[in-house]
Design a binder for this molecule. Sequence first.
Ligand code: MIG
Length: 754
Amino acid sequence: MQFEILGNTESVSKQNNQLIIKTAEAIARVWVYSPTVVRVNISKNFNTADESFAVIQKPENEFSIEESGSEIKVRTDALELRIQKSSLRFSFYTADGKELSRDDERFGVNWQGSRVINYRKLYPDEKFIGLGEKTGDLNRRGSSYVNWNSDVPLHGITSDPLYETFPFFIGIHSGLTYGLFLDNTHKTYFDFGATTDNQMSWFGADDGDINYYFFGAQSVAEIIKDYTWLTGRMEMPPMWSLGYQQCRWSYMSAQEILDIAQTFRDHNIPADVMYCDIDYMDGFKIFTWNNETFPDPKSFIDKLKSMGFRLVTIVDPGIKVEQGYKQYDEGVAKGYFATYPNGENYVGEVWPGRCHFPDFFREDVRKWWGESFTALTDPGVEGFWNDMNEPAAWGQNIPWMVKFGDKFMPEVRNVYGMEMARATYDGTKKISGRRPFVLTRAAYSGTQRYSAVWTGDNSAYDAHMLLGQRMVNALGITGMSMVGVDIGGFTGDPTPELMVRWNSLGVYIPMFRNHAMKGMKMREPWRFGEDNEQIMRKDIEWRYRLLPYLYSSFYQSHTTGLPVSRTLAIEYTFDDTVYNDSYQNQFMFGDSLLICPVISTESSVYAYLPKGEWYRLGSDEKYEGGKDHQVDAPLGNLPVFVKAGGILPLQSIIQYTDEKTDGILEVNVWNGSEPNTFVYYEDDGSSYDYEKGSYHKRTITFDPYTRQIIFSAAEGSYSSKFEQIKLVLHGFGSEAKVQEHLIDYSNQEIEIDY
Ligand code: MIG
């Protein structure tokens, strides 16, 4: 194996919007994307097409450099990149000269055969967060990870790699923050000081370039904003996808699904979504229905709709090798599949048996795939679950010499799932003109533009529930806000206590889906005895009460990239206690709620409340922040705390998201010593008209100085579905004139003196 280290600068030039530095080993390029985003590419064979699956922005046209004998400086309003010419090394500073991150002088960037690795200085107090769906701790320091999208059924709480690739992390040290996104689709590696005497962290790839975007904004939230500016943000999700979702591998017939749906209604347990897992198909052939068990898909889905349910069906990428099967015949005729090096179609075995795999990297193939969905959309399917798209095949080791066009498997494996989700999203959006719900198991940075993700085949035990929550929170750092885990645990049967706990937590998971593996006991909320059903019903009802708050929080994800479920490290970055083992699973749900997960065998828990004042949701008991508190956590009462000043818009209980509420928007405000605002957002919940101004948005302000609650005048052309506002005050005691106000909803500014 050949080893090489990036050496001395031989030439420096500036061409249009890039700085180009040549050494004997490689060429380095620098672009400025924004004052806080700078890109560095170090390559032996830079491809001038310079394509990225993740990045949707272009660099700025101009920037100036300052060159001396030994150094080149690139300055923006926020950052300074100092480039040492010999040996070529890169160091990033804030505009006022604080060191954020730098290459290790000894190793710098180096090549080990075709592998390329960048070693960087590790700061004594440095923490790392991010990387999306990864096991381990919130703080990734001391751990190492591989990105190689894989089907990992039965994964444990330390397994790696898993299904998704998000090569983006945030470093935190010396009171400073920076972010780094390695946009390289090969198998990539991240080592956060696991093996280098606490001196270095490193990242690299099996092949391709060191190609990273450096983020220098001085807050985690701002870095997430920049990262999602660069790689895109989610569109508004369909409102129904925020309701309760019931899945199983599999409900075996249309009748069984209708019976389950009816049971939700009979038991008054709110729900919006039923799923068809793989058994609805004819012999697992994608875009077909089983004639016997789903004889009339349209009338089946019409019945579901009349009960207020939507249907999501699964699709896998593998197309069965079978003459006469439409997608097989078309795909073969047009040459749409992955191939062996000699051009024959590659065959791998999955559920249908021998299969070919669409080349989703081609636009014509994506279009064809997207159009095939009419088989599902015609009868009325509205959600599309993309599974097995790592891609998976029995045996897992799809040969590396399988080709997608001119690219071999290792170069594109990590983006296969994302491109399938993209084809699914674009196609189904085009067919219906409405917001499709797409859910994918495999993903790469940027997937938030097309799809929700879930964390794959988890297991029915407490540690997996906690791990799942950390994954949801870490995915939020990497741009994915619409995230779910299999509530109850895919593999294994949860105890009733675990089921209830997980369901309580599910209320605060952006995508709230109960799912179970084949062979597991039935898992719907009424299967665990009446007392437990009662708790689960109340929790699910609460989820529906929260919808105005939740939808507004998704609007935040749509406009700023900030996730709905947020690790405390986003807002309390420099509070070391939030990284503590005991508290790292806690998270904010939107701006105001702090959720404290509890395992099934405990009935009290230590909750750490960061600085400030907090109220326990439900009792309004007040807690002082900056320390931990032992709090009661009986099965029916998951500890949730509201931040002082918190503003929480609620609605009445409904049985599904389209059902009419009582017309009252209940705005709850908790007392606090500082002003607070909440951006309240509504639209029709299903179309793209909001992009043309058809939305309803207003800022709600709590102002303890003037002792007022103010609703700004409404913006946008959509009229609110609410007729009245009920203001409910918490923690104001006798100082408030009234605890509750009921007023007519109006689009004008509303001021209430309390
Ligand atoms: O080989 O479709 O992760 O959610 O129920 C298993 C059957 C295939 C894996 C998914 C799981 C789904 C299951 N699938």
